[in-house]
Ligand binder design. Structure first.
Ligand code: NAP
Length: 288
């Protein structure tokens, strides 16, 4: 535990709702401690309708920077002075840097996921990937995967999604600006899903389906769609093994969860706030 909070202590925070379960405070506070930085990271439970007021207050109080999680990531794009290119393309912000009252919105989720693929020992570059979801995290992963050189992306989302229009535009933008062959499918199209999973190297669940407390749900309706060569990942980390990952493991697939995506999106945010590298090896050993 840190010893002293004084008049120079820098404040970082997580905004969202719920946030009490979050591992981010432990991760960042351990890193501050390890590097001897006089900063502290805390959680604020902030619902979307309270976000503007909370951000104004934290800005006035001189917060160094903050993370934003569900349900605030989309709304946050409207509350910053500048968006990074990735955050603009994604349409969601998960990290804000406060430069003397000028707020810059970033999105580190996509970088976090792609680093977690590498960390698990796999190479997604030049491969085909199937991605479930159309929310902030799904969009971030799509953008980063396309930028990094994933060859083909099959994106499955509900046609009723509140993000539908944004997703259609995202697909157009990715087609225009990268070499990635991306196709948007209706999540109900199980025939297309079966075909895509037969051809993909990696499946990623980027929806909240299966997240605690609703742990009995899985985004894949039929386990016969799994084949042992498929790598199945879930960006959910609570529970550590979602129903999807359990089904995939039982079908002989290699799997990994969202823990290291969380670590690496945090590593990137840490660098944006402090200009220093997070001591990842220590954090892994102590926390993950
Ligand atoms: P979000 O913007 O609210 O998006 C949620 C997505 O889940 C939407 O596409 C939504 O579809 C979909 N969804 C929810 N219930 C569904 C259902 N019953 N069937 C099909 N789709 C459903 O949230 P987010 O920020 O992208 O986060 C999504 C998940 O990723 C959460 O569990 C979050 O904890 C996790 N996450 C993990 C990390 C990490 O570092 N590991 C980082 C970010 C997020 P509709 O649009 O149709 O409602």
């Amino acid at each position: 535990m840190r010893k002293i909070i004084d008049g120079h202590t820098g404040l970082m925070a997580l905004l969202g709702s719920p946030v009490a379960h979050s591992i981010s405070p432990m991760m960042h506070n351990m890193a501050f401690e390890e590097l001897g930085l006089n900063n502290i990271y805390v959680c604020f439970d902030v619902k979307e309708q309270e976000l503007e007021t909370a951000v104004a207050g934290l800005k006035a109080a001189g917060i160094c920077g903050f993370n934003v999680t569900m349900p605030d990531k989309n709304k946050m794009t409207e509350l910053v002075d500048e968006l990074s290119p990735a955050a603009r393309l994604i349409g969601a912000v998960n990290t804000v840097v406060n430069r003397e009252g000028y707020l810059i919105g970033h999105n580190t989720d996509g970088v976090g996921y792609m680093r977690s693929v590498q960390d698990a020992g796999y190479d997604a570059i030049g491969q085909e990937m199937t991605l479930m979801g159309a929310g902030g995290a799904a969009t971030a992963i799509c953008v980063q995967a396309a930028l990094d050189g994933v060859k083909k992306l099959n994106l499955f989302a509900r046609s009723t999604s509140r993000f539908h229009e944004r997703t259609v535009k995202l697909v157009e933008n990715i087609r225009k600006t990268t070499k990635c062959q991306i196709t948007l499918y209706d999540q109900q199209d199980t025939g297309a899903l079966r075909t895509c999973l037969a051809e993909s190297a990696i499946l990623v669940n980027a929806t909240s389906v299966g997240m605690a407390p609703k742990i009995d749900a899985s985004i894949i309706p039929d386990v016969s769609m799994f084949r042992p060569e498929l790598i199945v990942s879930d960006i959910i980390y609570n529970p550590k093994e979602t129903k999807l990952l359990r089904q995939a493991r039982e079908a002989g697939c290699r799997t990994f969860n969202g823990m290291y995506m969380l670590l690496y999106q945090g590593e990137e945010a840490f660098r944006l706030w402090t200009g220093q590298d997070m001591p990842v090896a220590v954090i892994k050993e102590k926390l993950f």
